[in-house]
Design a protein. Structure first.
Length: 97
């Protein structure tokens, strides 16, 4: 079972919601190019709350993702798109189907 994950929570600035959604959608090909990222999801809870959830088989893959193209692009655009810095948490998956 895959046990390592990341959860990133993003809050869009007012008026930047569409741009955040578009940014996340555009990151899919980058995630697909990461061989150590097992699964990658971009999500939206409400009008301004977005995020990413992804899973990894090894810590090396998780660390590579944290320093990869998606993270770099997110941080390069954070001041323009986000109301506050992203909250990124390392998770351990306890059970999965």
């Amino acid at each position: 079972m895959v046990e390592l994950a990341l959860l990133a929570r993003l809050e869009a600035k007012p008026g930047k919601e569409r741009e955040v959604a578009d940014f996340l959608k555009s990151a899919l090909p980058l995630a697909e190019g990461e061989p150590d990222t097992v699964s990658w999801y971009a999500w939206q809870i409400d009008e301004s709350t977005f995020g990413i959830f992804d899973t990894f088989e090894a810590e090396e893959g998780r660390e590579a993702h944290l320093s990869g193209a998606i993270a770099k692009a997110l941080m390069a655009n954070a001041d323009r798109l986000l109301a506050r810095p992203p909250v990124i948490e390392k998770l351990t998956i306890l059970a999965a189907k």
